[in-house]
Design a protein around this ligand. Structure first.
Ligand code: FRU
Length: 471
């Protein structure tokens, strides 16, 4: 068996820590021209533990530089997930809120401040600053809420086991007053984690806004038939005090198995909503055979809200550098059919396919590299199915082989963008009305994409290798 670092190449245009364990993105903020990414990190090993905030920055959301650990665990206290807000004049300090997870099992919110643009942090001497004596009160996300010219800060944090989000308000980022709670709703048997609340215009109309509550839900227990970790969203209204949903049910945010703890950047230029998630699943994250790193971030995704079939739908689009590369990609049109030669990808690649399902019938796409794991996509009327299978997938964990199903509107023509970066596969459907994100095990060499259609009719493919195959 080849060493794991050969079979699991390191992603090239997604963030991974140089070494050791990583989970949730934390403290996402744009400040003085830099995108800051902090992350749940074990500075001392490849498994979850000693939770601290690692730190990386990027000028462009494509190239990341890792820095020293920003907030370190210490005796009796781990630093769990949280967020950062920037003063809007770019002058004031950065303020972080995170969960202090104490060794006695209790969880409360703490504050830290940075006066050097996010590189060094000082925890407040009076920490924790928000404490309910709870064992599952965590993941503070602070957002800015402007009403009648007065800035107010809103903190969302979960009571994870109760499936509730609690909202607090502050005018000075120091003292917090309870406003309201939201939940439970949707399926039981999960904990709620890492909430966020994002203001978005519906169909681009600035005077028709909605608020979208993002929720990470993780199944309790070890049933390998379940999906483990996933994200949902709820579209509604927010008046500065309470969140009111438009519909009783949360909607699935990403249909794959490996997109979790996604939250948005504070203070993004142009007020854009840019979300980043952890590409992992608590069910098997500790068994993924990558080394010396374990854990990767998704692409940063631009969020918008569009009416689809009469309902506001969250749309996720890849970042500018991906769209730029696609615009310059090699494009060719070939007749589909059952026997097409495969397209060779370096494995750090973008592949966009466009076709007319009314002419081609069902389309299948299979990806394979130099391992015995494979990925198959099947696009048929009404659904897209993505299956991850093969001995190498089975060897990770009994819950790793999977089929993800995306219900599809009957779009003609159809369009799929596959973003493959070593072990990370993100599929954007149409304009981003649906996404499917999965860890894959296609090896370190080139990857062949075989496209087959039921009937011979034109399929257009745009291919761009972002980097060569991993040697
Ligand atoms: C979500 C989560 C958070 C917690 C952190 C601990 O993945 O469980 O609720 O703060 O990870 O690492």
């Amino acid at each position: 068996m080849p060493p794991a670092h050969r079979t699991v190449p390191r992603p090239v245009f997604h963030f991974t820590p140089r070494r050791n364990w990583m989970n949730d993105p934390n403290g996402l903020v744009h400040h003085r021209g830099l995108w800051h990414l902090y992350f749940q990190y074990n500075p001392e090993g490849p498994d979850w533990g000693n939770m601290s905030w690692g730190h990386a920055t990027s000028p462009d959301l494509e190239h990341w530089t890792e820095h020293a650990v920003a907030l370190s665990h210490r005796a009796g206290e781990q630093i769990y997930s949280g967020s950062i807000v920037a003063a809007r004049d770019g002058e004031g300090p950065l303020t972080a809120y995170y969960t202090s997870a104490y060794d006695d099992g209790h969880q409360a919110q703490s504050r830290a401040v940075s006066h050097d643009g996010g590189f060094t942090w000082t925890p407040a001497p009076e920490n924790p600053v928000l404490d309910r004596g709870s064992r599952a009160f965590r993941d503070p996300k602070v957002i800015r809420y402007d009403a009648e010219g007065a800035a107010r800060w809103i903190m969302l944090a979960v009571e994870a086991d109760d499936r509730q989000v609690l909202l607090y308000a502050s005018r000075d980022l120091r003292s917090w007053e309870f406003q309201s709670s939201f939940g439970p709703l949707g399926g039981a048997g999960v904990v709620w984690e890492c909430p966020d609340l994002v203001r978005l215009p519906l169909d681009g109309h600035p005077d028709d806004e909605r608020w979208v509550l993002l929720l990470s839900t993780n199944e309790v227990g070890d049933d390998t038939r379940g999906e483990g970790s996933s994200m949902h969203y709820v579209v509604g209204h927010f008046d500065g005090v309470a969140f009111t949903p438009e519909r009783p049910r949360p909607t699935r945010l990403d249909h794959g198995r490996d997109f979790y703890a996604g939250v948005t950047f504070d203070n993004a230029p142009g007020d854009e909503a840019v979300m980043l998630g952890w590409m992992g699943n608590w069910r098997y994250a500790d068994a993924f055979p990558s080394t010396p790193w374990r854990g990767a971030m998704s692409l940063p995704r631009r969020l918008s809200l569009r009416t689809v079939d009469g309902v506001p739908r969250l749309v996720q689009q890849p970042p500018g550098f991906v769209r730029d590369r696609l615009a310059r990609a090699t494009r060719s049109t070939f007749p589909g059919g059952p026997d097409r030669p495969g397209i060779t990808l370096s494995g750090h690649s973008l592949l966009e396919l466009c076709w007319d399902p009314a002419a081609t019938g069902a389309l299948r796409l299979s990806l394979h590299g130099d391992t015995d794991a494979r990925v198959d996509l099947q696009h048929d009327s009404g659904s897209l199915r993505l299956t991850r299978s093969g001995p190498a997938a089975e060897a990770v964990h009994p819950g790793f082989p999977s089929t993800s199903t995306v219900p599809l509107p009957d779009a003609t023509p159809a369009r799929l963008l596959l973003v493959l970066d070593g072990p990370l596969l993100e599929v954007f459907v149409g304009d981003g009305e649906a996404t499917v994100s999965n860890l894959v095990l296609l090896g370190g060499g080139p990857v062949t994409a075989a496209v087959r259609t039921e009937r011979a009719a034109p399929v257009t493919a745009a291919v761009a290798d972002v980097a060569p195959a991993t040697p």
